[in-house]
Design a protein around this ligand. Structure first.
Ligand code: SF4
Length: 352
């Protein structure tokens, strides 16, 4: 482990000033950063610990029905908040499908948005990785890449974004509030993460020193509460990143689909909103054929980046399945294995 300075600021303004010094990194729960520091993937010279900053740990309901979530709210606290489960059930389902119970108890909302890819080559210093060392190449191309991206990738990077939480968030037009050296600004979550292009080392639009202080879900996302699901296929149901996942939400209107929201996880370098598939479903009858065709639209630009063509069909199926389940209605109780297509709702332990 490299030596580093440890700084514990007393305010957001002080944190931003400290983190604006080159070589600094924000530390929240550290569930990703500390792992990367231990293996030498990242070597910050200054750690700015924001876990004890005041004012970042609240879930605040807005007058219009939207919610503002402080960046330091723990994933488990948000997922088990009864009003949050009732209002945004598919987001709670996604949260409870991520990581392990221990990690969810520690990991923060802001940290979840900023987590790095789990591409094995990224974490292996002996491998070439453009994201870790710009211009060094990409050993995942032509390597072990069956879990890599089929959407949004470039010849410089084919890694997937690992978050479950971000998938329904991006479908519901979540917004992040950011404070930085030049003031306060808001960024749509869909615009926070960038595609790799020729600069995969640049993962978000955040400027040096900028810090996420809160996340907002708008009131109109709550209108989907009765018909929203998140489904996740993983190689180990208890604890693994998504091979493919899908968030689907529908607003019924006179027996048809008034509005649809669809996003995918595990398939692209960022949480992937499927807007064309959403537009396709507007006004359609909720049939298996319509869901299947919407899923095809969602994956129409997918192409394998290696040994992963199977993910395209798998993703189509999980989108169609998520749409079907969303139309059936959000279960009154959270499935015992949240987000698993193999879960049944009997034996559920969480109130949705
Ligand atoms: Fe690095 Fe991206 Fe290639 Fe993985 S896919 S080795 S993260 S450049």
């Amino acid at each position: 482990m490299n030596r580093f300075d440890y700084i514990r600021p007393q305010s957001v303004a002080e944190a931003v000033a400290e983190a604006s010094v080159p070589g600094s990194a924000y530390l929240a729960a550290g569930t990703n950063l500390l792992d990367l520091m231990k293996v030498g993937v990242t070597k910050p010279q200054r750690i700015v610990d924001v876990t004890r900053l005041p004012g970042l740990g609240a879930i605040e309901w807005q007058e219009d029905g939207g919610v503002r979530i402080g960046a330091m709210v723990r994933n488990a606290d948000l997922a088990y908040d009864e009003r949050f489960q009732r209002t945004f059930p598919s987001v709670a389902e996604a949260l409870l499908s991520g990581a392990s119970a221990q990690l969810r108890n520690a990991a923060t909302v802001g940290g979840n948005l900023m987590q790095r890819t789990r591409c094995a080559y990224f974490q292996d210093l002996a491998s070439a990785c453009n994201r870790r060392v710009p211009g060094s190449g990409c050993d995942a191309l032509g390597g072990e890449n069956r879990l890599h991206a089929v959407l949004g990738w470039s010849e410089h990077c084919i890694a997937t974004h690992p978050s479950d939480f971000c998938v329904p968030l991006v479908a519901f037009d979540a917004v992040v509030e950011v404070e930085g050296p030049h003031g306060v600004r808001e960024i749509e979550l869909d615009a926070l993460h960038t595609l790799p292009g020729s600069t995969p080392e640049q993962e978000t639009v955040l400027e040096p020193g900028e810090m996420i202080v809160a996340l907002r879900l708008p009131a109109d996302a709550a209108a989907f509460a009765g018909n929203a699901r998140y489904l996740k296929l993983r190689e180990r149901t208890s604890y693994a990143f998504a091979v493919v996942s899908a968030a689907a939400a529908l607003a019924p209107e006179s027996g048809a689909i008034g509005e649809a929201r669809i996003a995918l996880g595990g398939v692209a370098t960022k949480p992937w909103r499927a807007r064309e598939a959403e537009a396709f479903l507007k006004g359609k009858a909720p049939t298996a054929e319509a869901f299947s065709r919407a899923a095809a639209v969602a994956l129409s630009e997918a192409r394998p980046s290696g040994d992963n063509e199977f993910k395209i069909e798998l993703a189509r199926r999980i989108v169609a399945r998520a749409l079907h389940l969303a139309w059936e209605g959000t279960p009154a109780t959270m499935p015992a294995l949240p987000a698993s297509p193999f879960a049944v709702t009997s034996g559920a332990s969480h109130v949705a």
